[in-house]
Ligand binder design. Structure first.
Ligand SMILES: Cc1cc2nc3c(=O)[nH]c(=O)nc-3n(C[C@H](O)[C@H](O)[C@H](O)COP(=O)(O)O)c2cc1C
Length: 334
């Protein structure tokens, strides 16, 4: 990606003709960048880093929040892998009441849009947390359906379209705020799941959450991650995430349902690929751990690309992939 010389993202964000500005479920984003859940705490941690500004992101998704406080999983909770990381934090969070009563009042809603990330072990818990956020200044609600369903023996809600749709429909009934469903890649047909979530009332889709994996310490012959398995994120999952965005876009486009594309984005070029595949906004998570100021270079690089390619707005680029074929399910790699 060529160096960007003239557009300053902070200034561009405030300019009337900001090419990076877009509407997402009726919300004004000054950039397509969304900082992802679990990678920015509760929205103010990174503001302590010199040079970091929440204004460089169109939106920030808060850490996954449950009904009651959770301490999370035993260590190790994170482990670096080639081109990525495994995590099994176990949804450590102070509970929805604390988040709404004590954390949200500290956030500056002039800086960016803030999105809650709702988690639960039962449909009732998802509903309880969504209802509490509905009665708060939060801009939108993302439902993390990758949580294990305790009533079904721990199987993740997001792995089965019926269960996913049940959670979305139940949350839809208790909020009029924009509802975003975060789809799991750990399932057979993400398109079917996307279709069912849209029918159940989801206004937008996040694609994708982490992919389950593990690592073993050969000396001890024990799993490295305390929880045995963990979610793989970072550049290692980017090609998979990109295909999932492309597949979900085929389903979401006719309904006008926007996508937050995510999984391994570490550069403007990565972000542009996701937008071409059909993402209206793009998520940055793991990259923040080693490059906290990455938003600036991604904003600059997208703006430079738009100018070079003759686009006046980033929205014109969404879903412009040139292909004549529908994506086939059969393996064609070998
Ligand atoms: C340490 C860590 C914690 C995460 N916690 C959450 C969470 O609480 N809720 C959620 O929906 N996703 C969570 N995620 C998933 C990210 O939001 C994101 O979807 C995923 O990491 C893929 O993007 P990336 O490759 O840019 O990190 C977490 C990811 C990491 C690395």
């Amino acid at each position: 990606m060529r160096a960007m010389a003239t557009v300053k993202p902070a200034a561009a964000a405030h300019a009337a003709a900001n090419p990076l500005a877009l509407k997402f479920c009726g919300l004004n984003f000054t950039s397509p960048i969304v900082l992802l859940s679990g990678c920015v705490g509760f929205g103010e941690e990174y503001t302590r880093i010199e040079g970091f500004s929440n204004r460089d992101a169109g939106a920030i998704v808060l850490k996954g929040t449950t009904g009651k406080p959770r301490l999370g999983n035993p260590p190790h909770r994170v482990y670096e892998t080639p081109a990525g990381m495994l995590n099994a934090i176990g949804l450590q969070n102070p509970g929805v009441e604390h988040v709404v009563a004590s954390i949200l009042p500290q956030l500056d809603f002039d800086e960016t849009r803030f999105i809650a990330n709702v988690c639960g072990s039962t449909v009732e818990e998802y509903v309880e947390v969504t209802r509490r956020f509905d009665d708060s200044p939060i801009d939108a609600i993302e439902i993390n359906i990758s949580c294990p369903n305790v009533k079904e023996g721990g199987v993740a809600f997001g792995n089965y379209p019926d269960m996913s749709a049940q959670v979305v429909a139940a949350c839809r009934r208790v909020t009029k705020k924009p509802l975003i469903t975060k789809l799991s890649p750990n399932q057979t047909d993400i398109r079917e799941n996307a279709r069912r979530c849209i029918e159940a009332g989801s206004d937008a889709l996040s694609v994708i959450n982490t992919i389950m994996g593990m690592a073993i310490d050969v000396r001890t012959r024990r799993p490295v991650i305390g929880n045995v398995q963990g979610g793989l994120s970072g550049p290692a999952i980017k090609p998979i995430a990109l295909l999932k965005v492309h597949q979900v876009y085929e389903v979401a486009r006719p309904h006008g349902v926007p996508i937050i594309g995510q999984g391994g984005i570490t550069s403007a070029s990565d972000a542009i690929e996701f937008i071409i595949a059909g993402a209206t906004a793009i998520g940055v998570g793991t990259a923040l751990f080693y490059e906290p100021l990455i938003c600036k270079s991604i904003n600059d690089g997208i703006a430079e690309y738009l100018r070079a390619e003759g686009f006046s707005e980033v929205t014109q680029l969404v879903g412009t992939l040139r292909t004549t074929n529908e994506t086939q399910d059969c393996a064609i790699s070998g």
